[in-house]
Structure formats: structure tokens, C-alpha cells
Ligand binder design. Structure first.
Ligand SMILES: NC(=O)c1ccc[n+]([C@@H]2O[C@H](COP(=O)([O-])OP(=O)(O)OC[C@H]3O[C@@H](n4cnc5c(N)ncnc54)[C@H](O)[C@@H]3O)[C@@H](O)[C@H]2O)c1
Length: 346
């Protein structure tokens, strides 16, 4: 069994996969500002406009303590070379094929990046304990609130049964949690899974509601509102996600009753917002930033396949273990997003 709690040295860099992505970018920037050495890894795929990924990387290149390596998580040689080159002390695996709806039409991308890719990360972490190598002290990885499927019981607790995913995306994320547990059990690698809840903020993903509604509202196009707006999401501002992760980086889980160092946390706002209220607040933020009124065209539609009715994070474990919970209000978060959106699109 690896005693990895002692293995980390501050001199070793933190590897962040998906560093050109939305959350990876923000986490990298936060750590770089503190002087932490960050190695970013990403394949810069074109799931959404690659210019946004390059724009994020440009911001990260401003820091001398940042290195970027382009590669594919699904390619074991790329991942092997990455670990050989940077010898990370801590790994944060955020690279994945994200999005519930896309998984219905492009399932293979999820198996490649989320299953094979995550397996490659686990294997690289395992082999980091080979003689002469730098052992990984903590592997943190992105899971998702989507693992809760159509659960009606709220708030969603990590103790709840999540054996009935309703999208392949959710199934890959739950699989990651199981794989991580097995590797923690077998090889002693401390792992922490992070179930994120609908993250939004500056540099956010164009395929998500915040960005895509904004784009349409500004263009005068119709926004599609599923389940007639009767949906709830525990929208979480990206800075809260970053603070949550950074609190956990140097605190790998303690062994459970079986001696396994593997934990899963929800990171969500703990305050679900109805979709219609979210849109109203977004309109207000855009009006304030653009200093004009918008005549928003709305089309109300039934529920889409794979979508869930509500998400609501129980964050008691976060509070108990890290004295932390997300705090940003939807009004403050959307205003920051709207300001960024305007600056970015000038
Ligand atoms: N944003 C959210 O609301 C949310 C919610 C729940 C879970 N998550 C999870 O959090 C993580 C980060 O999400 P995000 O919103 O920043 O998504 P994102 O798509 O902006 O970032 C993911 C990054 O990973 C990269 N990537 C994808 N496949 C890769 C591969 N095979 N090899 C190398 N790089 C690859 C992409 O190019 C992208 O830059 C993902 O695992 C996602 O599933 C996000």
C-alpha cells in the first residue's frame, strides 16, 4: 500500500487536465496567481468554438509558472509522456467530453475521453509509484450532478443510490467514481471525486444555458425553454467551484473503515433556481451591462431526453470536512458573466 500522504512536495507541479476548458482554465489561473506550478493538458477539441479555448490559454500563458502540453487523454502514450515530462505531485482530471445532450448523438466521444481517458490517468497515477518516479499524492477528478438522474428526493446526497443514470454522460461519470475507488483500494492512490452542479461564469461553455441564452437574447433569436421552464438547477458560480477544489488539493481523503482513501463530494450552490427565474435574472444582468432593454423571444417545449427535472446539492460533507460552501448569489454571478461576455465579444 502506498503511503502517498507524505509523497507530495510543493516543488512538484499540479497537473490540470482540461486546462483549456472552462473550469480547468479558472482553476489554473487561481493557482498560478498563488505561484503554484501548473502543467495544463488538453487536446483542444472542437466540441465548441476552439477560439474560446485559445483565449483561455492566452491568459494562462501570462504566467511564467504555467506549461501547456497538448495531447489526448484517450491515448495512453500521450498520457505516459505527459507524466514522464512533468512528474506531477497532484493531478486534477477535468478533461472530459462534457454535456448531457451531446451524449445522445455522439456516445463514442464519452467512452473515449471519459472512460478510456480516465483509465489512462489512473494507470499513470499507479505507475507514478514505480521506483524512481514521483508518486502522485492526490488525484482529484470531475464527476457530475447528472449521476443523480431523475431522483426526486432532495437535496441530493453522496449517500444516495445513483445506480440508475439516464444518460451515457452520467454513466461515464459514475463509472469514474467506481474506477477511482477500485484504484484507491488496490493501489492506495488517494482519490477525490467532485460532483459539480451546473457551473456558470466568465469564459463559460457556449453549449450551456448561460452562454447560449445570452447569445440568442443579444441576437434577437428565440430561446428554447424545455419542460416549459419547470426545471430547477443548482447553478454554481465557477469561483466557488475553484475555491472548493483548491481547499481539497492538499487534503487527500483519510482512510475509511476498510482503509480505502477514496471520497466523493457534491460541489453545488445548495440553492436551486427555477429555469424561468434564471432567465429573468439573466435578462436583468444583460440590461444592466448593455444599458438597454431586450425583447426576449421564448419558445416553451417539452422535456428533452436525458435531461433531469432538478438538481440540488447537499453540501454538508463539504462544510464538515472543509468548512466551505459556495456563496455567490445568482444575481452577482450572472452580472459577472454578462460583463465578461460583453468585454469578450467587443
Ligand atoms: N461545467 C459544468 O457545469 C459541469 C458540471 C458537471 C461536471 N462537469 C465536468 O467538469 C469537467 C470540466 O468541465 P468544463 O465545463 O470545464 O468543460 P470543458 O469542455 O470546457 O472542458 C473540458 C476540456 O477537456 C478537454 N478534453 C476533452 N476530451 C479530452 C481528451 N480526450 N484529451 C484531452 N483533453 C480533452 C476539452 O478540449 C476541454 O477543453 C468535465 O469533466 C465535466 O464533465 C462540468
Amino acid at each position: 500500500m502506498i503511503n502517498s500522504a507524505d509523497a507530495h512536495s510543493a516543488a512538484e507541479p499540479i497537473l490540470i487536465t482540461g486546462a483549456a476548458g472552462f473550469i480547468g482554465f479558472h482553476l489554473s489561473q487561481y493557482l498560478l496567481r498563488q505561484g503554484v506550478r501548473v502543467v495544463g493538458f488538453d487536446n483542444l477539441n472542437d466540441y465548441y468554438d476552439v477560439r474560446l479555448k485559445h483565449a483561455r490559454l492566452e491568459k494562462l500563458y501570462e504566467y511564467e509558472n504555467f506549461i501547456f502540453i497538448k495531447g489526448d487523454l484517450a491515448d495512453d502514450e500521450d498520457v505516459g509522456a505527459l507524466f514522464a515530462e512533468c512528474s506531477p505531485g497532484i493531478v486534477v482530471n477535468l478533461a472530459a467530453q462534457a454535456g448531457v445532450r451531446y451524449s445522445i448523438t455522439n456516445p463514442k466521444a464519452y467512452i473515449d475521453s471519459n472512460i478510456v481517458g480516465f483509465f489512462n490517468i489512473l494507470e499513470a497515477c499507479r505507475h507514478s509509484f514505480d521506483p524512481g518516479k514521483t508518486p502522485v499524492a492526490h488525484l482529484l477528478y470531475a464527476s457530475s450532478s447528472s449521476v443523480y438522474g431523475n431522483q426526486r428526493k432532495t437535496p441530493f446526497s453522496t449517500e444516495d443510490d445513483v445506480s440508475k443514470p439516464i444518460s451515457l454522460y452520467a454513466a461515464t461519470k459514475k463509472s469514474n467514481e467506481l474506477m477511482a475507488h477500485a484504484y484507491s483500494h488496490l493501489y492506495g492512490i488517494p482519490t477525490t471525486g467532485l460532483r459539480f452542479f451546473t457551473v456558470y461564469g466568465p469564459y463559460g461553455r457556449p453549449d450551456m444555458a448561460c452562454y447560449s441564452f445570452t447569445e440568442k437574447i443579444l441576437a434577437g433569436d428565440t430561446i428554447k425553454i424545455f419542460n416549459n421552464g419547470d426545471m430547477y438547477r443548482d447553478f454554481t458560480y465557477v469561483d466557488d467551484i475553484v475555491r472548493g477544489i483548491s481547499n481539497m488539493l492538499y487534503v487527500p481523503p483519510i482512510p475509511d473503515q476498510s482503509g480505502v482513501r477514496s471520497k466523493v463530494y457534491n460541489i453545488g450552490n445548495n440553492k436551486p433556481v427555477k429555469l424561468t427565474r434564471f432567465i429573468e435574472q439573466l435578462e436583468l444582468s444583460l440590461e444592466e451591462v448593455y444599458n438597454r432593454a431586450f425583447n426576449v423571444k421564448k419558445e416553451y417545449l417539452p422535456m428533452q431526453a436525458g435531461d433531469v427535472y432538478q438538481t440540488y446539492a447537499d453540501v454538508d460533507d463539504l462544510i464538515a470536512d472543509f468548512n466551505f460552501k459556495p456563496e455567490t448569489s445568482i444575481a452577482d454571478g450572472l452580472l459577472s458573466f454578462a460583463k465578461w461576455y460583453k468585454d469578450y465579444h467587443i
